[in-house]
Design a protein around this ligand. Structure first.
Ligand code: G4P
Length: 527
């Protein structure tokens, strides 16, 4: 028996993801409230909570009022250790969220009951599917007029490409919303629009009993019975293995703002969601129960304290036990390092810890040693596979505005790219640096951070590009021919891989036709 098994089994490390405004922050706050991690009495405006419940380490985040950073919130609940990884809601920082998804063992998706599946949810779910991450769905804002629950479930199945199984069912919605029937536990949870208190629960295992009508109107009772029959007829029974394989998503309905349906979600979550799962390294699969420590960096957060120029590297522990001041191997640098002040994130506070276990996230103070994707081990030569980089959507040349600060600029760009703020491509023809991002806001973040953290002024110059394609071929001559023909459009990414920068979809199609032996990839990692 592994000596850390109990510690590892009680861990639940997950992220809450949603399209902005669906209620991710509100749900996070309520989960923290149930977990006793915060003690704000209910009705706190979510954007106030945004300032306290989530991190605002970066100046820019304060300025813009959006969460640029990803933070971690840990708390104990019913004998479990819960680690919630927060993700930035703004779509321009979607890459940050993608990377966070590499460090979680499961995901809760929040969907706005009136809006259904939205763009950002779709994209994030693609990453979950790719990694076979188990997902639970919380359909939020049932206190508002929304869409028919069956329609919503159809849409989730079609658009998110996952089978669903409702484990709770709403009784009406909007003004007439009466509560949810907890199919999972056979209990009726009655709704009183009250942000202060948790609502009344009535155990009602037989929904055909006349007692139902004492709580809801006759029409509502009748509809609930028919709906539940339909639910049982249409949806598969809940099977935990299918959920763990990422094939079946349990669905809950509720209203995060009103504290409603959240406890059911949390209870089912701690029971059902996976403890740390095995992680695939290039060399082999690593089990969390292996005694030797392994982990990888999924996020780097710069200058959390503006008075000290330092970063924090967020490490997901994949196996074993991490110990303060023990010697660990930084695989990419081939260096042995020890960490005297690793931090854990409990109840919004970070504190130095002596040890941490598989499933946990620790923060390691860093002065430029780490990059996204770096592996740390107790000695074994292992490389965890990170998430591939996706082709950026927007591209700009970055130019130096201050000739006296060339070095600072180069260092700043190098470190920001290592943090994964955006992608750097160096054009092999003219040596110019091109930055690729998902959204306009990232350019502003880079410019701001270069100036404030590195005293380096930069300006952007337009470049007309359509896509970045990572290229490869089994035919070395063909690859050389291609590179020669497209010399002006060839670049190297941060890891030194060949990237073809296509300036339109037409030239890309032509290139694919002219060079059939070249494989064009829109992500940086391929089999
Ligand atoms: P996000 O993190 O996913 O972006 O969403 P957030 O929790 O900030 O919620 C977005 C808005 O939706 C907030 O309103 C929040 O109060 C509201 N909301 C969240 N859950 C529910 C719910 O169950 N029912 C209803 N009716 N509204 C909900 P806001 O007006 O943007 O902010 P605020 O002024 O209320 O703070």
């Amino acid at each position: 028996m592994n000596e850390y098994k109990d510690e590892i089994d009680k861990r639940r490390t997950f992220a809450i993801i949603s399209h902005p405004d669906a209620g991710k922050t509100t749900l996070t706050e309520k989960l923290l409230l149930f977990g006793g991690a915060i003690h704000v009495a209910g009705a706190v405006k979510s954007n106030k909570i945004k300032k306290t419940a989530t991190s605002d380490w970066m100046e820019i985040e304060k300025q813009r009022g959006i969460s640029v950073a990803t933070s971690v919130m840990g708390f104990e609940y019913q004998g479990h250790k819960i680690n919630i990884l927060d993700t930035p809601g703004h779509q321009d920082f979607a890459e940050d969220t993608f990377r966070t998804l590499t460090a979680v063992d499961s995901v809760i998706i929040v969907i706005d009951g009136a809006k259904g599946v939205e763009a950002q949810t779709r994209r994030l779910m693609e990453v979950c599917r790719m990694r076979k991450t188990p997902v639970m769905v919380f359909i939020n804002k049932m206190d508002r007029e929304g869409r028919d629950p069956f329609d919503l479930l159809d849409e989730i199945e079609a658009e998110l490409q996952v089978r669903v199984r409702p484990l709770s069912w709403p009784i009406d919605m909007g003004q007439r919303f009466r509560g949810v029937y907890n199919i999972h536990e056979g209990a009726l949870n009655l709704f009183t629009p009250d942000k202060q208190r948790v609502t009344e629960t009535v155990t009602l295992t037989d929904i055909h009993s006349s007692e139902l009508k004492t709580h809801v109107t006759s029409e509502q009772a009748e509809k609930l019975r028919t709906d539940l029959e339909l639910v049982d007829g249409v949806y598969p029974t809940f099977n935990r293995d299918e959920y763990l394989a990422g094939d079946l998503a349990p669905v809950f309905f509720g209203s995060a703002l009103n504290n409603f349906g959240v406890q059911e979600l949390l209870n089912c979550f701690v029971e059902t969601a996976p403890s740390p799962r095995p992680v695939q390294a290039e060399e082999r699969e690593v089990s969390p129960y292996e005694p030797a420590f392994t982990g990888f960096v999924f996020k780097i957060h710069a200058n959390m304290d503006p008075n000290h120029r330092s970063c924090i590297a967020f490490v997901k522990i994949c196996s074993g036990r991490f110990e303060r001041n023990a010697n660990y191997r930084h695989i990419r640098l081939g260096k042995t390092m020890k960490f005297s002040s690793p931090t854990a994130f409990m109840a919004q506070k970070k504190e130095t810890v002596e040890e941490a276990f598989a499933g946990d996230i620790i923060g390691l103070p860093d002065t430029g040693n780490f990059r996204i994707g770096d592996t740390l081990t107790a000695g074994e030569e292992l490389h965890f596979r990170g998430l591939p980089s996706f082709s950026p959507e927007l591209f700009k040349y970055i130019e130096n505005e201050d000739p006296m600060k060339t070095k600072q600029l180069a260092k700043g760009i190098d470190q920001l790219m290592g943090e994964g703020v955006a992608q750097l491509f160096v054009n092999q023809f003219n040596g110019r640096k091109i930055i690729g991002t998902v959204g306009q806001l990232q350019f502003e973040v880079i410019q701001y951070r270069l100036l404030h953290e590195y005293s380096a002024a930069c300006r952007w110059e337009p470049i007309n590009l359509y896509k970045a394609c990572w290229i490869e071929s089994d035919d070395a001559t063909e690859l050389e021919n291609f590179k020669r023909r497209k010399a002006q459009y060839m670049a190297k990414d941060l890891a030194g891989r060949d990237v073809y920068l296509a300036d339109s979809s037409y030239v890309l199609t032509m290139a694919q036709q002219d060079f059939p032996k070249i494989r064009f990839h829109f992500t940086s990692e391929f089999e």
